[in-house]
Design a protein around this ligand. Structure first.
Ligand code: ADP
Ligand code: ASP
Ligand code: MG
Length: 412
């Protein structure tokens, strides 16, 4: 039997009615003759609640126990989905990550999938089971402990199963009907794309477009998984939604494909650190060891042997960063005047493979922001993207202004 992977995100399994609705979609594919692997998220809001409980209990928590707690939301929806399918007379069974097993690294709270041996589930399919429902977002470390794959990780579970089982397609059912030129929730003019290239999707995801987890796009690109994003709330045809595919399979070509934003950024500045070889190494080793994901970095021009070092990281890692820097200061490996944290910033990025051959995109972006009176705090660029850090209060305005300026509401 051909295998199909269907992933249902949090809003698609938010309550028993929604689970029944999703199960009906699964039934349609089973009726077509597929063996289906269903990957489920936790009910919407559940993972946030669990993460909140962990933080309240232990601010600098042990990531092993974080995983023990936050992985639990998916266990509930996997069992409920299997029961719902059984009620519809569809032979189904649920699996937690460790039972498959979804083997991961031991990097708790952001583990990577290493292997998914398909034998257990294949044996059940051979016995007549039609649907394997797998709890997304979780796996098991070499030490035998439960791990999670980072927020949004069920997308990655889905693509990894599609690769491991050589599935015909991996369908990501969510609360929007595809990938848009920007988040349709903050820009009315956002336009749904029929297709998007792996590379552009990869950048958009890593720059904040949470419709797909970055790692899921990486895996789909590497293992040539046919990846589709579509709505769980609409009747679907075989061509609905957005197909994430190779660049060559796309006709339309805007220089900029989309605008992404990341709301929860923070900017930290170490004021007056010694300007000497090894100082950046000291700072960023301390931060790396503490598990802080540093993103943008700027070092000011030094004066009198001192300089300022500014970097950005996710807002919820500021405390970790401050603690790590304070430790380094106590151990006398780092000396500075003060550490200033600005937690009210956001990152806005424009992405497009057209930038490889078009110049002037950065200048246009900066002009648009300046016309709106928005000050840029940090800039970074790569071959196909430009990112800026700005005050969070201007985030939506910036996204909308850039969407307009690059004509993203019109197909190229
Ligand atoms: P799920 O719970 O199904 O995994 P997510 O909330 O993780 O859903 O992702 C879907 C959301 O991603 C949408 O509701 C939308 O607000 C957001 N999003 C951000 N950028 C985009 C984009 N470019 N295209 C579509 N959705 C986007
Ligand atoms: N439930 C997890 C989260 O909210 C994983 C997912 O939904 O993809 O991050
Ligand atoms: Mg998601």
């Amino acid at each position: 039997m051909p295998i199909l992977v269907m992933k249902f995100g949090g809003t698609s399994v938010a309550n028993l009615d929604r689970i029944r609705r999703a199960a009906k979609r699964v039934g349609v594919e089973v009726a077509k003759g597929y063996d289906v692997i269903v990957i489920v998220s936790a009910m919407s809001g559940k993972t946030n609640e669990l993460v909140g409980w962990v933080g309240e209990t232990s601010p600098l928590y042990d990531a092993r126990e974080y995983d023990a707690v936050v992985s639990s939301g998916e266990n509930v929806t996997a069992g409920l989905m299997a029961l719902t399918l059984q009620e519809m007379d569809i032979p189904a069974r649920s699996w937690q990550g460790w039972q498959v097993p979804v083997m991961t690294t031991s990097a708790h709270s952001q583990a990577r999938i290493e292997d998914i041996p398909p034998a257990n589930i294949k044996a059940k399919f051979a016995e007549g089971m039609k649907v394997a429902v797998v709890a997304g977002f979780q796996g098991v470390s070499p030490e035998g402990r439960i791990t999670t794959l980072g927020r949004g990780g069920s997308d990655t579970t889905a693509v990894a199963f599609a690769a491991a089982f050589d599935a015909e397609r991996c369908d990501i059912y969510t609360d929007v009907d595809g990938v848009y030129t920007t988040d349709p929730r903050i820009c009315d003019k956002a336009r749904k794309l029929d297709r998007i290239s792996f590379e552009e999707m990869l950048e958009l995801a890593s720059l904040g477009a949470k419709v797909l987890q970055t790692r899921s796009v990486e895996l789909a690109m590497r293992y040539k998984v046919k990846l589709r994003v579509l709505s769980s709330f609409e009747e679907q045809s075989d061509t609905a939604g957005t197909l994430v595919c190779d660049e060559e399979e796309i006709m339309e070509s805007n220089v900029v494909a989309g605008v992404a934003y990341s709301r929860d950024e923070a900017k930290l500045t170490l004021v007056s650190v010694a300007d000497r070889p090894g100082i950046a190494a000291t700072i960023f080793t301390a931060l790396g060891d503490a598990g802080v994901n540093v993103d943008m970095i700027v070092q000011n021009i030094g004066e009198d042997g001192r300089t300022d070092m500014t970097f950005s990281c996710p807002t919820d890692q500021v405390m970790r960063a401050e603690t790590a820097i304070a430790e380094a200061r106590k151990e006398n490996v780092l000396n500075f005047e003060e550490l200033i944290a600005d937690k009210d910033v956001a990152k806005i990025s424009v992405v497009g493979i057209g930038m490889r051959s078009h110049t002037g995109v950065a200048a246009q972006m900066f002009r648009v922001l300046s016309a709106e009176g928005i000050n840029i705090k940090i800039i970074t660029t790569s071959e196909i993207k430009i990112s800026v850090l700005i005050d969070r209060k201007y985030m939506e305005l910036a996204v909308q202004a850039l969407h307009d300026a690059f004509d993203l509401d019109k197909a190229g």
